[in-house]
Design a protein around this ligand. Structure first.
Ligand code: SAH
Ligand code: SF4
Length: 351
């Protein structure tokens, strides 16, 4: 019988699994607490668990770990990790330090099937969904790395990851079940104990799954809108032909937002495509009644695509129109562009 990878189980699933082994349900909580300590991979070290139980666990289960095969550091402090998966595929995660906090950008799929025509990940095509353990493993491995960097010994307080964003490779809502289970594991108090308000899931607009996401886990939603009219959005993002703007905006209105939270509208600004004053005014109109804030991402240029970043004045003028209309509008400065770690530059298997 194949061994169970304990990193693929939510606490509820682990409780079930230990009962099937004839163990008391509370063992699941104990195991869980060990499992998510940085670098933990040895049943023998579960000192509060009886020896014969540890032996049984070692016989029936494994603890997987994602190994970073490459680590690149940007001049601005951003670090991009490449992880090799058991079947040879590569995925990437990006650690972004900001003042006293760390944001980790994680991948949900190898490649992406959505084919947005400005995004490098899109050019890879879709290879496969990540497993639950592969999603959670990106966080575990990064935490271990942070701890080693800080030179913190075991048990000492080590650096934390403050925010998790599902903005790496892939479309998270098309790997829905694994995404939800991974988030449940990451939020488990006995483990990483992430609060839902520190987790953001970004989608290109998989309308039928948006509400369900909000109902299952109290995370933040980011929507890659990038255009306020169907004609432009059809051109940039093929998914718009399946779920056009009106349906996407309705799904935003119906998203079960926790109190005091807002949807993040992502708007990549492309020169001459979606950066005019008229486009800004249309965006204001379309977002009417949606509790949101807007994040402008000036396009990160790549040689693969003809798109260009607008000049600073154009970006600022666009932003002012949104601000005057009452929208909180952030300008996301590009991080890690020199190591291809910026938004839309992740493409692990493209040489
Ligand atoms: N598939 C999800 C998650 C990826 S998030 C989604 O599309 O929302 C990555 C974000 O970066 C998306 O908003 C994407 O549209 C944006 N992006 C992709 N390529 C980019 C580029 N070259 N410059 C700026 N933003 C880009
Ligand atoms: Fe996929 Fe998102 Fe890139 Fe579109 S923008 S191709 S959905 S990763």
């Amino acid at each position: 019988m194949e061994k169970m990878d304990l990193k693929s189980l939510t606490l509820a699933e682990m409780t079930q699994w230990v009962s099937e082994l004839g163990l008391k349900p509370f063992r699941a909580g104990q195991i869980f607490a060990w499992l998510y300590r940085p670098g933990f991979d040895d049943f023998a070290r579960m000192t509060d668990i009886a020896k014969h139980v540890r032996a049984l666990l070692a016989e029936k289960a494994t603890i997987s770990r994602l190994e970073a095969v490459k680590e690149e550091r940007s001049t601005d402090g951003t670090v991009k990790f490449a992880f090799r998966l058991a079947d040879g595929h590569l995925i990437e995660s990006v650690l972004i330090p900001e003042e006293d906090r760390h944001t980790l950008c994680v991948s949900s799929q190898v490649g992406c099937a959505m084919g947005c025509n400005f995004c490098l990940t899109g050019t890879m095509g879709f290879k496969r969904n990540l497993t639950v353990a592969e999603i959670v493993g990106q966080v575990d491995s990064t935490l271990l790395w942070l701890q080693r960097q800080a030179g913190a010994g075991e048990g000492e307080t080590s650096p934390r990851i403050n925010n998790l964003v599902f903005m790496g490779m892939g479309e998270p809502l098309l790997n829905f079940d694994n995404l939800i289970r991974a988030i449940q594991i990451l939020m488990e108090q006995r483990g990483h104990d992430f609060s839902g308000r520190r987790i953001t899931v970004s989608t290109c607009g998989i309308v039928p799954k948006m509400k369900e996401l909000g109902e299952k886990v109290p995370v933040n939603l980011a929507v890659s809108l990038h255009a306020a009219d169907d004609e432009t959005r059809d051109l940039l993002m093929p998914i718009n032909r399946t779920y056009p703007l009106e349906e996407l905006l309705r799904a935003c209105r119906e998203f079960p937002l926790p109190p005091r939270r807002r949807i993040m509208i992502e708007y990549a600004m492309l020169k001459g495509i979606n950066d005019s004053a008229a486009a800004a005014r249309l965006l204001v109109k379309k977002l009417h009644g949606i509790r949101c804030k807007i994040n402008i991402l000036p396009y990160n240029e790549t040689p693969s695509f003809p798109y260009r970043r607008p000049d600073d004045e154009t970006i600022e003028a666009f932003r002012q129109i949104l601000r005057k209309a009452g929208h909180t509008t952030l300008l996301r400065t590009s991080r890690g562009a020199d190591i291809s770690a910026a938004c839309g530059q992740l493409a692990g298997e493209k040489e």
